[in-house]
Design a protein around this ligand. Structure first.
Ligand SMILES: Cc1ncc(COP(=O)(O)O)c(C=O)c1O
Length: 516
């Protein structure tokens, strides 16, 4: 079931059915971890191949370079070895296999030169000895709005969080393709290899969808300049939204067909639709059933476009895997976790049966939840809030609505932040607020200056402050409303929860203001 649901997710994304591989993990953090672990091992594979080729006399084998040329493996310098595209790196090992010789000898030779076996310290020492050209440490590119798990993962993999390069986002909180091009230019100049670039499909805070289609173009331009990297989609939050692009037969729908009736708004916007389709160009993806898949914890998923990447993670446990070559028997070799619950796979399998991964199933659910988020956004934006100020973030790409709050009497952004903290305390479960007494739950987050910078300018202006005032306050706190209810926009059974929420919010604002 675990492999079957992963194959269904890969088919929704558009990875080739005969090449993909994926499985379930405990959540998005572990799924992202495995993707970067594999990306890192594929990045350094040509270096291991170079060492193995010297031992085995295979230096003449040709390697495809990102600009389309082919060169003999033994003639490549370190920069070129670290800039072989992921597929070409995996093809290289196949070519070495095809060149004859004993498979076990080849794998042992590759292993002996691999980072996985040697560890960073010994590896770096050998690179300097072999190439005499120590390059700066490899980096991982993420949008500045990326989930905090990326920092943990860089710690755990020994990459170092200092090598996490944050690419600025635009005012829609999406990775800015122009800023990515500039970052690539700088890295080429510094001869700094890029292990991976992460695009986010549904940011944790705002559900913003990076323009994957435009980032794929950036990657093509980088390749022309000789810089190659693994492209990973962190679609932990928004991955299931790709289902809106598929019809019942699994074929891609046109944008016009995918449009939902969200009048007066258009949902999804064309850029978001294009981004969801372009995810098929990535090398790996994280999609969490326990987020927009509406399945209980613990269920994350990771999928690879090219199953050969998993071989670089493989470790055998002699006490396990007695089931021969079956796909099931082998799964533990390739994944980070050991024992884990089968219930998660059963839950995802069942959900995919009931709600297919296309426009009739998950697509409809997510479309309706997103329509609800748009209706809520519109209501809050247009509401009469008296002396209060509601500064909304731009309309969401998916289903999360965020807003800051202020008051005409406030003189500093800190006062606004304190009021948001009070709204959160009053509208979330805590001491004095057991769940049954709450009609609506919100969460909160902070648009920290160092992460958002000028991308938060519109919100700051909406509160009546300057960028400088917000910079010194460290950023802006916002209330975060995650709309999971597909019936919100249609005011099912005559219950208008959008009005209900606006009323509750107004009451809370007034009572908290009185208590200050
Ligand atoms: C974009 C994104 N990536 C990764 C994660 C980590 O997922 P998990 O909490 O399941 O480990 C999250 C969690 O919210 C997320 O929003």
């Amino acid at each position: 079931m675990e492999l079957e649901v992963a194959a269904q997710l890969a088919a929704m994304v558009g990875y080739p059915a005969d090449r993909q591989w994926g499985h379930l993990a405990s959540g998005g953090t572990v799924a992202n971890f495995e993707a970067l672990w594999a990306a890192r091992n594929v990045k350094y594979l040509p270096v291991a191949a170079f060492g193995a080729a010297q031992e085995l006399g295979l230096e003449d084998i040709e390697v495809r370079l990102p600009d389309g040329r082919a060169k003999a493996l033994g003639a490549l310098d370190l920069w070129s070895l670290l800039n072989v595209e992921p597929e070409a790196a995996l093809d290289l090992v196949d070519a070495m296999r095809a060149a004859g010789g004993d498979d076990e000898t080849l794998l042992a030779a590759l292993g002996g030169h691999s980072l996985a076996k040697l560890g960073y310290q010994e590896y770096a020492r050998r690179l300097t000895a072999t190439f005499g050209d120590p390059l700066p440490a490899g980096v991982v590119l993420v949008p500045s709005r990326a989930h905090y798990s990326w920092e943990k993962i860089c710690h755990a993999l020994g990459i170092g969080s200092q090598q996490l390069v944050h690419v600025p986002v635009d005012r829609q909180f999406r990775m800015d393709p122009g800023a990515l091009d500039e970052t690539v230019d700088r890295l080429v100049e510094e001869r700094r290899p890029v292990i991976a670039c992460v695009v986010v499909v549904g940011t944790t805070e705002e559900s913003a969808v990076d323009r994957v289609d435009l980032i794929v173009e950036c990657r093509r331009r980088a390749a022309e300049r000789g810089l190659a990297f693994h492209l990973h989609a962190d679609a932990a939050w928004g991955g299931y939204a790709i289902s809106i692009t598929r019809d019942g037969e699994g074929a891609r729908r046109s944008y016009e067909e995918a449009l939902c009736d969200a009048a007066p708004e258009v949902w999804p916007r064309e850029g978001v639709y294009k981004a969801l389709c372009a995810v098929e160009e990535t090398d790996s993806i994280t999609i969490d059933p326990h987020k927009l898949g509406f399945v209980p914890y613990p269920a994350g998923a990771v999928s690879f476009r090219d199953r050969r990447a998993r071989d670089l993670l493989a470790v055998d446990a002699p006490y396990l895997f007695h089931r021969g070559q079956s796909a099931w028997g082998a799964i533990g070799r390739y994944i980070f976790e050991g024992s884990k619950p089968g219930a998660a796979a059963a839950a995802v399998w069942m959900s995919h049966k009931v709600l297919p991964l296309d426009a009739r199933g998950y697509g409809r659910l997510i479309c309706d939840a997103s329509r609800g988020a748009l209706a809520l956004h519109r209501r809050l934006e247009r509401g009469d809030w008296g002396d209060f100020r509601l500064a909304l973030l731009p309309r969401p790409d998916l289903n999360i609505v965020c807003f800051a709050v202020g008051h005409t009497s406030f003189r500093t952004p800190e006062e606004c932040n304190e009021l948001v903290d009070r709204v959160y305390a009053a509208m979330s479960v805590g001491s004095g607020h057991p769940a049954p007494q709450l009609d609506y739950f919100v969460t909160k987050t902070a648009l920290r200056w160092e992460q958002y910078g000028e991308a938060s300018a519109a919100v700051i202006a909406g509160l009546g402050f300057t960028l400088d005032e917000c910079r010194s306050a460290g950023g802006v706190h916002v209330v975060r409303c995650t709309v999971m209810d597909p019936f919100l926009a249609d005011r099912r059974a005559g219950v208008d929860h959008i009005e209900g929420f606006a009323r509750s919010l107004r009451e809370v604002l007034e009572s908290e203001m009185a208590r200050r």
